[in-house]
Design a protein around this ligand. Structure first.
Ligand code: ADP
Ligand code: MG
Length: 732
């Protein structure tokens, strides 16, 4: 048995190292040349604006409805349904599905055939307006956090016409995916998209008013823009399936560090290995066909870690796209005999993965609210926008922290290699100085001439030159956008964006009232903006931190400043039981009270389940793999010791090794027995149990991991029957 397993790992090694990069052939154009991206970009998406099968009048009506955020007429839906059916069926689709984001973090789809009988009983392909607009999946198995009783376990999916429909390809056919929202029988949002759409429209109203107030009279709407950089690990498929922890939990629960990992920083932006590049090329091709604007690809800091970034787009589309990116990453990787790890911390001791959510606002005239302007009054508008966002971060730090919580991200936030769990903003030196000047009353002249010349387009230049990046901040200003870096790599970005949009809406509405008051009193726009900036920054400046977010000093300093530091998920989820923290979400109409309760229950439950699975998997692996490997080694040692004793030779090394392995096995056995007891105990208070897991059981599991790693280092390779970090991170 043991020798088979032993063979097994070495066989895996030869398998992984003997693979060749997978070739895939780009389709050719009619001259026989490989097609250009622009030839096939979006070929798997249906854009009602571009099709000839819908009349211009109808398109205009639909666009108007979209713009005004209301539903479309049934006859217009019928026109779209007919056009999309023709398109999808002609492109090989047999089924359609409502594609939605339940609160599991992933996506869900229920397929339904286009095929049906017409009135004469003849088979045909059809999607009715009703089927396009609303679906009713049997939703009883989706997490509902107690918001539905089983007898009315109905949920409804409703078409989100602001996000394009697309085809997904299986080996033997295609399916049309219709992006939808997912709500319960009584209209409560059971998904990520619904509140996101609400938050986008609330921010639209607040930001439009803000721009109108400060003189941008041509502004009629403001969009939230988002570009989410996605980090991920790639490992050979052979190793993945030989590590039950990866399969069950998405991360390695233990594993000794290799001598070289990321100290030399040689992987970052390094030459992309052939096999990986082949994967990335096919990935980009698939994403482009889906109309996802993949733009950059590169190696990340840790070995076997990579990143992909799309060109930014409207936030709701970007959120859908990010879900599709995660799915496509997995699908394409498997074709290349690799597995993608989206977990925030697949390997202890080396960098984890995040999702840098680049975020800004853009109005209908193309004005980016976070782009410093070329004229003084625009600069003040820009500075006020920054101040409003900082205010949002300061005031709503707890909900923002809650929105990025999760078992996976707990390993990353504050682990001295990722943004800390303290919510703060990085603005860079230039902005810092300007805001200091303003708050400290160093000037009262509206153009700040005697401090920094804002009268020309110098600020834009200054900021452009000031793009020094601070990797340690959870929320960094990067020239013309903010980068929310604390978001985890596996998370649906819709939720953190919802809270961010909501937080900014809240402080922006307040700023609007203040501006209105000042203007009514006869103040000029410049004077009103200046006074607003001063007022906000005098109390919210403390949420700005430009130093090293990884340092211990910052933790102490943040505490002095009164900034919250919620280290674990259970702690931060309590925000959803504290009306003082979440009331603004309800007041703004972004979440109902019940929807907050729902999310609290689901996320807490999820945290507990994930941790239980991890702990149980760990115990299992210790008994299935680690201890047996140790015993196998001991057997050999015992034989040597016995033989040597019989011929009168001492066995100093062998004895020591034998004793060490024995002691470690005993130690880990006791710990795992205690852990089993803990897991089997009664846990009726979920909040308390979750906190116990986070504060106590996770410490035990860390201790156990250390012992496993010690054993891994003591036991010779030939007896150790699990792929090691060396294999997973370096062999391909
Ligand atoms: P870097 O972070 O290295 O500066 P980029 O400037 O390419 O890289 O930006 C990273 C991401 O930010 C990309 O996805 C990009 O499309 C996105 N981005 C750029 N401008 C905006 C914006 N105004 N709003 C939202 N995202 C943006
Ligand atoms: Mg970036």
């Amino acid at each position: 048995m043991m020798s088979e397993l032993r063979d097994c790992v070495s066989q895996l090694r030869s398998k992984a190292t003997s693979r060749t990069p997978r070739q895939f052939l780009l389709p050719k154009d009619n001259r026989g040349f490989a097609k250009k991206v622009s030839d096939y970009y979006g070929e798997l998406t249906f854009d009602f604006k571009a099709t000839d099968d819908i009349s211009d009048a109808v398109k205009k009506e639909i666009l108007k409805a979209l713009d005004e955020g209301r539903g479309i007429k049934k006859e217009h839906a019928e026109a779209v349904a007919k056009a999309v059916t023709d398109w999808a069926v002609n492109n090989g689709a047999t089924h359609f599905c409502h594609w939605f984001q339940p609160l599991t973090g992933g996506t869900a789809e229920k397929h339904d055939a286009f095929f049906q009988f017409n009135k004469q009983g003849k088979p045909m392909e059809k999607l009715s307006a009703g089927q396009l607009m609303q679906g009713e999946p049997d939703a009883s198995s989706f997490p509902n956090g107690g918001s539905r009783s089983t007898f009315e376990a109905r949920g409804y999916t409703t078409w989100d016409l602001s996000s394009p429909m697309f085809l997904i390809e299986g080996t033997n056919g295609r399916t049309l995916c219709i992006p939808t929202a997912f709500v319960s029988y009584n209209g409560d949002a059971l998904d990520v998209k619904t509140p996101l759409l609400r938050s986008i429209s609330k921010l639209n109203v607040a930001a439009t008013k803000f721009l109108n107030l400060v003189g941008h009279t041509e502004t009629t709407s403001v969009q939230v823009t988002c570009g989410a950089e996605q980090e991920y690990f790639l490992i050979d498929k052979a190793f993945y399936f030989a590590r039950p922890d990866l399969v069950m939990t998405g991360r390695t629960l233990f594993g000794a560090l290799t001598t070289r990992n990321q100290q030399l920083e040689d992987h970052y932006f390094g030459l992309i290995p052939d096999r990986i590049l082949a994967f990335m090329q096919e990935l980009d091709y698939e994403l482009h066909r889906l109309g996802i604007p993949a733009k950059t690809r590169h190696n990340e800091v840790a070995p076997a870690q990579f990143e992909l970034a799309p060109i930014f787009s409207e936030a709701n589309v970007a959120a859908d796209n990010n879900q599709m990116i995660m799915t496509t990453l997995k699908r394409v990787a498997e074709k290349h005999d690799m597995m993608v790890l989206l977990h925030e911390k697949p390997f202890a001791g080396i960098n984890g993965s995040g999702k840098h959510v680049n975020w800004s606002m853009c109005d209908n005239t193309g004005l980016n609210l976070l782009e410093p302007g070329t004229e003084p009054q625009h600069n003040l508008r820009f500075l006020a926008t920054i101040a409003i966002i900082v205010d949002a971060l300061h005031r709503h730090a707890n909900p923002l922290r809650m929105a990025i919580s999760g078992a996976g991200n707990d390993h990353r936030l504050g682990a001295n290699e990722a943004p800390p769990s303290i919510i703060s903003a990085y603005l860079g030196d230039t902005l810092d100085k300007i805001f200091h000047a303003i708050t400290e009353d160093k000037t009262f002249s509206p153009n700040l001439n005697n401090v920094i010349d804002l009268g020309t387009n110098q600020l834009a230049h200054l900021l452009r030159d000031n793009t020094d990046r601070n990797r340690t901040s959870p929320f960094a200003f990067t020239g013309n956008k903010f980068e929310f870096r604390a978001v985890g790599s596996s998370q649906a970005i819709g939720f953190p964006m919802t809270i961010l949009n909501a937080a900014v809406t809240d402080t922006m509405l307040e700023a609007n009232s203040y501006l209105e008051e000042q203007l009514a009193k006869g103040a000029s726009v410049d004077a009103a903006l200046m006074s607003l900036i001063k007022k906000i920054m005098s109390h919210s400046f403390q949420a700005v931190f430009n130093g090293d977010g990884y340092s211990k000093e910052w933790v102490a300093e943040a505490q002095r400043r009164g900034l919250p530091n919620q280290r674990t998920t259970p702690e931060s989820l309590k925000t959803m039981t504290d009306p003082g923290s979440y009331q603004f979400l309800v007041n703004l109409g972004i979440f109902k009270r019940e929807e907050i309760d729902t999310r609290y229950n689901i996320l807490l439950e999820r945290y507990i389940k994930i941790r239980e699975i991890e702990l149980e998997t760990m115990i299992d692996m210790i008994h299935q793999f680690v201890i047996p490997s140790g015993l196998e080694y001991k057997k050999v040692l015992a034989k040597i010791i016995k033989n040597q004793t019989s011929i009168g030779i001492s066995s100093q090394f062998e004895m020591e090794a034998y004793k060490k392995v024995t002691a470690k096995i005993d130690e880990i056995h006791v710990l795992s027995q205690n852990l089993v007891k803990e897991l089997n105990a009664d846990h009726s208070d979920h909040q308390k149990y979750a906190e116990k897991i986070a504060q106590e059981l996770m410490l035990v599991s860390t201790t156990m991991a250390v012992i496993c790693n010690d054993l891994e280092e003591l036991i010779p390779n030939q007896f150790y029957n699990l792929p090691k970090y060396y294999d997973m991170l370096f062999l391909r």
